[in-house]
Ligand binder design. Structure first.
Ligand code: AMP
Length: 397
């Protein structure tokens, strides 16, 4: 048991809830876990608490049952949440639109606003709103704080935030480039400055968040000047299952000529595209194995992924003029040395040179992987969105 304060951070998806109990002051993760396949006959709940790994299998009917099961596992393993100085519940919310961008204590009007943004983030905001509503019911005595994935990019320069489409249509329908993964881009860019021991204000940075979802950002003095995701988290880099950039004409073509429904097109671009759609695997460890076995589809998926990534790096180098730091983060960015090498190969004339040995090292934690002579310092910084959310909760309270 700890005497310091903690925040419970929840990330509610349509069929899963991820949770983590964090001490925001020290950054210590007290417990973390996930409930998956909610509503299915073979749901699972997993909790890691210290050295203990607890698991429960069987039907977990809905999000309320999911949270209650998580608490039961917590009790099995260690005790009551109240023993851990729980002061707030932080909720990751993907889309905050134009109006919700600061970490916000959720009341009925905020919950309604999050729900009303569902058309902009149909896969993400409805389950987030459901997660908040359930958590408020189960833990009514605590402040519930929503932290928005779009927040960091709220003040993107207009030139980066605007699509070149009919202005009236854009205004009426609130169409702009909102950007996502903001909590991660902000956290990682701040940590890069801390790690290097230099002021954030003086740094031009590129952050590459390469996980299942993937996005890039260009940041000047702690403020983003561009990012690869747009109105929705589908724009930009190639991802695990999302296409990233496509010609918008493709949507009309599929609708009109292939007679696919809007839902089918959305599902295809969101869930059946990216490296999965091209190469049959989501996980880069599997993709590399397929490539090694001579699978040409997997090779093409990898090549398209790297090609797109290099295009964005090049674009952001041009936007920034001088780039002091380029940082890789998230599952692929932190772990896949081949992706990092191929993303940056041949860029010495542009001021980026990796140290092969440092890049290949299986080290964990924040680290430099560029050659000493490289004008741009290349880093790997593990992201920690949960800690950033927990700290945002404390700040707002
Ligand atoms: P994230 O969304 O940040 O959790 O990233 C998940 C993705 O990271 C997985 O789908 C894998 O593609 C990738 N990943 C995780 N661990 C490794 C690893 N050791 N090597 C290569 N890729 C990894």
């Amino acid at each position: 048991m700890s005497s310091t304060r903690t925040v419970l951070v929840l990330n509610s998806g349509s069929s899963s809830v991820k949770f983590q109990l964090i001490e925001p002051d020290t950054g210590t993760s007290v417990a973390h876990g996930i409930v998956e396949r909610i509503g299915d006959a073979n749901s699972t709940a997993k909790l890691t608490l210290g050295e203990q790994e607890l698991q429960r299998d069987g039907t977990i009917a809905d999000h309320e049952a999911a949270l209650r099961t998580a608490f039961e596992l917590f009790r099995e393993g260690g005790g009551e949440l109240s023993d851990y100085g729980l002061v707030a519940v932080g909720h990751r919310v993907v889309h905050g639109g134009r109006d919700l961008y600061r970490p916000t204590v959720v009341d009925d009007s905020v919950l309604t606003a999050i729900t009303d943004l569902a058309p902009m983030a149909p896969l993400h905001n409805p389950p987030a709103a459901l997660g908040i509503e359930v958590a408020q019911r189960i833990m009514p005595g605590l402040p519930h704080v929503a932290v928005f994935d779009t927040a960091f990019f709220h003040d993107l320069p207009e030139a980066a935030a605007s699509y070149a489409i009919d202005r009236n249509v854009a205004e009426q329908w609130k169409i702009r480039r909102y950007g996502f993964h903001g909590t991660s881009h902000q956290y990682v860019s701040q940590q890069a400055a801390v790690f290097l021991g230099v002021p954030l204000e003086g740094l031009n940075q590129i952050v590459l968040h390469l996980g299942n979802g993937a996005s890039a950002s260009a940041i000047v003095g702690g403020r983003p000047v561009d990012t690869s995701m747009g109105l929705t988290p589908m724009e930009g880099l190639v991802m695990g299952t999302r296409s990233g950039d496509v010609d918008p004409g493709l949507v009309m073509y599929l609708w009109r000529t292939a007679q696919m429904s809007v839902e089918d097109i959305e599902t295809m671009l969101n869930r059946k595209s990216g490296v999965l759609g091209l190469g049959g695997k989501i996980d880069f460890r599997e993709l590399h194995k397929q490539i090694a076995a001579g699978d040409t589809d997997a090779q093409l998926a990898y090549d398209v992924y790297i090609h797109r990534l290099r295009k964005y790096i090049g674009a952001y180098l041009a936007l920034l003029g001088t780039t002091n730091v380029l940082t890789f983060t998230a599952g692929v960015g932190e772990n896949d040395g081949a992706v990092r090498r191929d993303a940056l190969s041949g860029m010495a004339p542009l001021g980026i040179e990796l140290d092969e040995h440092l890049n290949d090292s299986p080290a964990r934690g924040p680290r430099i992987i560029s050659a000493e002579r490289s004008p741009t310092t290349v880093l790997v910084i593990p992201t920690n969105e949960e800690l950033a959310i927990a700290r945002a909760c404390i700040d707002v309270l």
